[in-house]
Structure formats: structure tokens, C-alpha cells
Design a protein around this ligand. Structure first.
Ligand SMILES: [Zn+2]
Length: 121
């Protein structure tokens, strides 16, 4: 794989990491605010807040997982393992990596792994 492609992907991944870190720290402020607000509300509001709380937790989890994937991709770039499918060892097409720079599986393996209920990145 061409080096300029790898540096292009590295730039993308670093930008994504920065964005996710900023997003997660912003969400944390909202999260803390919500926890504080919950403390002063009466019990009638708690059920609705509980749903919002769980939703935010799930959103954070999604971003946290994406951040992990981005970090892993950066590590693979350093180890010359970037762009190689983790399952079958084939090269992942550049086109796919441009769309999802942190992809770890080729399209065939990804399709094989995901059931109909799983979320796509
Ligand atoms: Zn594969």
C-alpha cells in the first residue's frame, strides 16, 4: 500500500480521535449536569430522567467504542498492520478504508460477522 495513502489515513484518524475526545468531554459535562439536576427533582420526573440517562450512557458508549477503534487503527499503522483484515488477512480495499478509516475487517468478513440487528458504523 502506498505511503501517501497511509499518511492520509493517519491524518484522518488523528482528526477523528481529536473530535471524539472533544465530543466525549462535552458529553461528560452534560452528563454531570444531568446527574446534578436529577438530585433536585421530585420522584415523578425520575422515570423520564432515567430514560435520558440511559440513552446518554449508550451514546457515550458508542463514541467510546469508536475512539477505541480509532486508537487501535493508529496502533496498527505504527506496526505496519494497517489495512489488513483481522479475520482473513487479506488487504482491505483503500476505498473501504477511506470511508471507514478504522475498519478492521474486509467487507466479506464484516458482512459475515454482522447479524441483521447489529449496528453498522
Ligand atoms: Zn476478511
Amino acid at each position: 500500500m502506498a505511503n501517501d495513502f497511509l499518511s492520509e489515513m493517519e491524518t484522518k484518524l488523528l482528526a477523528m480521535r481529536k473530535e471524539l475526545l472533544e465530543k466525549l468531554s462535552n458529553d461528560d459535562d452534560d452528563f454531570r449536569g444531568m446527574v446534578n439536576a436529577m438530585g433536585i427533582k421530585d420522584s415523578i420526573d425520575v422515570a423520564a430522567d432515567d430514560i435520558a440517562f440511559k440513552k446518554m450512557e449508550a451514546l457515550n458508549q458508542h463514541d467510546a467504542n469508536r475512539l477505541k477503534a480509532v486508537e487501535a487503527a493508529l496502533a496498527r499503522l505504527k506496526n505496519d498492520r494497517y489495512g489488513v483484515c483481522l479475520r482473513c488477512g487479506k488487504k482491505i480495499p483503500e476505498e473501504r478504508l477511506r470511508a471507514i478509516p478504522y475498519a478492521v475487517l474486509c467487507i466479506d468478513c464484516k458482512n459475515g460477522e454482522e447479524g441483521p440487528n447489529k449496528r453498522r458504523f
